[in-house]
Design a binder for this molecule. Structure first.
Ligand SMILES: [Zn+2]
Ligand SMILES: [Zn+2]
Length: 493
């Protein structure tokens, strides 16, 4: 949205020559195109020009670099670090982009003036959107636009700055205003992009009240635009009587005074008012009245009177919206979203028949269960697996660095030849189970090449499914059981 400064500036422009050309330039994807080093350079160069350097520029630069270089995000379960451009969401992004563009435009305009001897009559920029007036003729403008378009390449910059350019002798659109050149003066009216669906806040939305802003320089035009916008707001559930009343009130205001009013307001910031910050709630509408009515409590106390010399102003934090609750920026891959059970390899046959392909594994003795998402088959190595007795429903959890099928074969050998060697073997032997028919296997986790880590995961699953005797076949958790607490903390995150 354009601000009062821009509107005041346009208003102040007198005697614009008839041959003037009005140009808008919009940097294509500025935020993602600023190179970290070049951005950092701008963030040092500009603050170095301050008079008051109590906070050293090098310290500011350090902070900025920390933000730039620590933008870590997750996509499909992989962590990434952004190495070029800045994240759109960070609060410092607009200031950063602004400092970069400030340096860029200073150098651009300076170099063009030195080489070709021309400069624009007026140059106004809002972050990456530029509006300027050219009065040096069509040919020199073409020269300048080419110069600007190739400037970053020519200067061998790593940031690729390209502009989308529009020019006209009569009218251009800039941000949310249309600028019209008429009678040597500039007039403004509201501009909305053709794609704007005018989906203003629904009246029932949890936001402070707001009014239509006057961007129109001419009264008949304002009436026409106001009527148009009245309809948009009525469609969003606003009360038409109240809206019309507000339009009437706005009409009574003098536009010149409105544009000037804010200038004075900014200058008179002498009395430091305490700002009371809280999350917005519709019931807080009368908060200022509450402050006012209870002012005497503060005024009658010497200590509080010093802290709050005048009635505080309220500032509201936005409440979480429905979107905040339902939209997540982290996109998980289908691999982790859909549970995938263990699959038979369809080659070894013998072990294939012993694969439990279920997507959930349950311990029927304590009703605990978990989703089987690891995937894998008879040949998968470095796994934590669960063996299940189909007769009793008992579970045994183990780990191996070998292929699952080799570990199963060893379990069979134990069951037949040395039942004391292992809890599963003991169970099979005690109950005279047919190992190949009565026992099945599934993989709980794979790709854990470090043995110590496998033991930790084994312990985790033993705890999770509660498979220590008598509610399972495991005798005890592993020797690293004491580290269990820490690893479950890590895994649950
Ligand atoms: Zn197989
Ligand atoms: Zn059994």
């Amino acid at each position: 949205m354009v601000n009062d400064f821009f509107l005041r500036k346009l208003k102040s422009l007198k005697d614009i020559p008839n041959h003037a050309i009005f140009v808008t330039m919009d940097v294509s994807s500025l935020y993602t195109n600023i190179d970290h080093d070049e951005g950092a350079e701008a963030c040092f160069r500009k603050p170095e020009m301050r008079k008051n350097k109590t906070i050293p520029s090098s310290f500011l630069l350090n902070l900025i670099q920390t933000v730039l270089k620590s933008n870590i995000f997750r996509f499909q379960n992989k962590l990434y670090r952004q190495i070029k451009g800045t994240a759109m969401g960070t609060p410092m992004a607009p200031n950063y982009a602004n400092l970069f563009m400030d340096c860029f435009e200073t150098d651009l305009l300076h170099d063009f003036y030195v080489i070709h001897g021309y400069k624009p009559m007026t140059w106004l920029r809002y972050i990456d959107d530029v509006f300027f007036i050219w009065t040096n003729g069509e040919d020199s403008l073409k020269l300048f636009l080419d110069f600007a378009q190739n400037y970053s390449t020519h200067k061998k910059m790593k940031s690729k700055i390209k502009f989308e350019i529009h020019q006209s002798n009569e009218t251009v659109n800039f941000l949310d205003v249309t600028i019209i050149f008429q009678d040597k003066k500039l007039k403004t009216t509201i501009y909305s992009k053709p794609t704007n669906a005018h989906l203003y806040l629904n009246v029932k939305s949890c936001h402070p009240e707001h009014i239509i802003k006057n961007l129109c320089s001419e009264t008949p035009d304002f009436m026409q635009q106001a009527n148009k916008y009245l309809e948009f707001f009525i469609n969003r559930g606003y009360d038409s009587k109240r809206l019309k009343q507000q339009v009437k009130e706005v009409l009574m205001l003098n536009r010149n005074e409105l544009l000037e009013a804010n200038v004075n307001k900014n200058d008179s910031k002498k009395d430091p008012q305490t700002i009371f910050v809280t999350t917005w709630h519709p019931k807080l509408k009368n908060i200022y009245k509450i402050f006012k009515e209870n002012q005497h409590i503060i005024q009658n106390n010497d200590y509080l009177k010093n802290i709050f010399p005048s009635i505080p102003i309220a500032a509201f934090r936005r409440k979480k919206s429905v979107a905040n609750y339902v939209v997540r920026s982290d996109i998980l891959s289908s691999h982790t979203k859909v549970s995938t059970g263990t699959k038979p390899c369809n080659k070894c046959k013998k072990i294939c028949n012993m694969i439990n392909q279920d997507e959930t594994l349950s311990n029927i003795t304590n009703a605990r269960s978990m989703k089987i998402v690891a995937g894998g088959d008879c040949h998968t190595k470095n796994v934590i697996y669960a063996a299940r007795c189909k007769i009793h429903g008992s579970l045994y959890i183990g780990h191996t660095g070998e292929a699952l099928k080799d570990r199963v074969n060893k379990h069979r050998y134990d069951a037949n030849k040395r039942p004391q060697n292992n809890e599963l073997a003991t169970h099979v032997s005690q109950h005279n189970h047919d190992f190949d028919k009565d026992i099945d296997f599934c993989i709980l986790k794979k790709d854990i090449t470090n043995e110590k880590e496998r033991i930790l995961y084994e312990d985790k699953f033993i705890c999770q499914l509660g498979t220590i005797q008598p509610t399972g076949l495991n005798i005890d958790i592993g020797s690293y059981g004491h580290e269990m607490y820490e690893i479950t903390q890590v895994i649950q995150k």
